[in-house]
Design a protein around this ligand. Structure first.
Ligand code: SAJ
Length: 433
């Protein structure tokens, strides 16, 4: 163990190390809280000046982090936020939690990682640990970060340390939180792994070391590709059950009674969020550069992306059953967030469904207790209150997101036609998904 490695580990163990977090979003801000509450002084860097100003005033923009928590840490002098990457020259460790979206072409957009890395390099990484947390393709840490951070007289594993550790933050979840969710770590060198283990061991009960940053990058992609592919499978089961005249919910629930060798996934109107529809494409893109096609990823994506159109077909069939056309019908969409009990609408299938219905001439309104305004077809939609009048004024009610706080009994009692893509309403006989 080199002197520097030892010094940094001891500084971390004494809680004298200053922790830097780049990117104060749904991953970065909870990480700030975890390190600060573990006794570290934390400097947060974000390019969004409004977010930084609000955070410094004790206002949180992340649902899982209450204002009171931010206020407490700011007042205790344990946390401060800035837009100035130069302030990272005063920290000992830097965790990068910036977005990794897809471009329109479904290619990875790693520009946020590149920009953050270059600004961190400019601030200097001598004697520091850098950990990338953003979900990305295998090879990113070594191919993008390492060359940009390895400046003159710097040698990774000797006078600076570099690792990858996938984020496992699940917005809204309370049973698994930072401390009790095992953290995977892959270091560029054994010393990098040792230093990053000391740091993350301060906030996470269980560290899972793997052989390299690429292995850690791949672990995360397996986790989320596993979900995307299994959601695609159960969505295809829904399509097959429809052809067979079977109730897919009955089939899934009965299969889920198998105590081993089965994991329950449920069909839905499509695949939303900023992780599951996105992450597998990072893996598929990387493999294409190696002349390999990730067939399961592509097939699951094809099925998942077809679900909004399938929902609109079911709506058309249901209205036709009442001798109504989609064109001119009023459709009330219940829930537009990408999953229950969150306000995030990124990649939500509701957006596709609303767009398709509007294209067919339907008058679309929505109710979502977490979302006030949506823009579709350049039209601003305002969430309407969930009332018997709204339901009775609509030709059809469509359940897209099953928020716990929605009054589903009212929906069942007052809707004229009801399509429930989440099996949340008890009424039998209506057009279930
Ligand atoms: N969905 C289905 N059927 C299912 C499960 C999900 O249609 O059986 C849909 C959801 O409605 C949503 C999309 O898939 O539109 C994604 O849902 P998700 O439950 O995977 O939620 P996410 O996107 O918030 O995924 C996060 C991920 N967490 C991290 O990446 C750290 C994922 O790995 C977690 O497993 C997931 O939360 C979780 O379990 O809640």
């Amino acid at each position: 163990m080199s002197n520097l490695e030892l010094e940094l580990i001891e500084k971390i163990n004494r809680r004298d190390a200053v922790v830097g977090i780049v990117g104060l979003g749904y991953v970065g801000l909870p990480l700030v809280v975890a390190f600060a509450e573990a006794g570290f002084k934390v400097v947060g860097v974000d390019v969004d000046a409004k977010k930084v100003a609000n955070v410094n005033r004790g206002i949180s923009h992340v649902e899982d982090v209450p204002d009171s928590t931010v206020q407490k840490l700011i007042s205790a002098g344990l946390f401060s936020a800035t837009t100035d990457y130069g302030e990272l020259s005063n920290v000992d460790t830097i965790s990068i939690c910036v977005p990794t979206p897809l471009r329109k072409t479904k290619d990875p957009d790693v520009s946020y990682i590149v920009s953050a890395t270059e600004q961190i390099a400019a601030a200097g990484v001598k004697n520091k640990l850098v950990v990338l947390e953003s979900t990305t393709y295998p090879g990113t840490t070594k191919e993008i970060l390492l060359p940009r951070l390895t400046q003159a007289n710097l040698t990774v594993g000797e006078n600076f340390f570099l690792a990858f550790s996938p984020e496992r933050i699940d917005p809204g979840r309370t049973d698994y939180v930072m401390w009790n969710t095992p953290k995977v770590l892959g270091g560029v060198t054994p010393a990098c792994l040792a230093v990053s283990t000391a740091l993350y061991g301060a906030i996470v009960e269980t560290i899972v070391s793997v052989s390299s940053p690429a292995a850690a990058e791949m672990v995360k992609l397996l986790e989320n590709t596993f979900r995307a592919v299994n959601i695609g499978l159960v969505n295809e089961m829904a399509l097959m059950c429809d052809k067979l005249g079977l109730n897919v919910w009955e089939i899934v629930d009965a299969a889920a009674t198998k105590p081993y060798g089965f994991m329950k996934f449920t069909p839905g109107p499509g695949l939303g969020g900023h992780c599951i529809p996105v992450d597998p494409h990072y893996l598929n893109w990387k493999l294409k550069t190696l002349n390999y096609t990730a067939r399961f990823i592509e097939l699951a994506d094809e099925v998942n992306r077809s679900m909004p159109e399938y929902v609109v077909e079911k709506i058309t069939e249901a209205l036709n059953g009442e001798k109504k056309a989609v064109n001119g019908s009023r459709v009330l969409v219940l829930g537009v967030a990408y999953k229950p009990n969150v306000s995030d609408v990124r990649e939500s299938p509701a957006l596709d469904i609303i767009y398709l219905l509007q294209q067919k001439g339907a008058q679309v309104v929505f109710h979502d207790p977490f979302v006030d305004v949506l823009v579709s077809n350049d039209e601003k939609l305002q969430s309407v209150p969930l009332t018997a009048d709204e339901l009775q004024a609509s030709d059809l009610a469509l359940v897209v997101t099953n928020h716990a706080k929605t009054d589903w009994d009212l929906v069942v009692q007052s809707s004229n036609l009801l399509i429930d893509t989440r099996n949340v309403t008890p009424r039998q006989g209506e057009v279930k998904f």
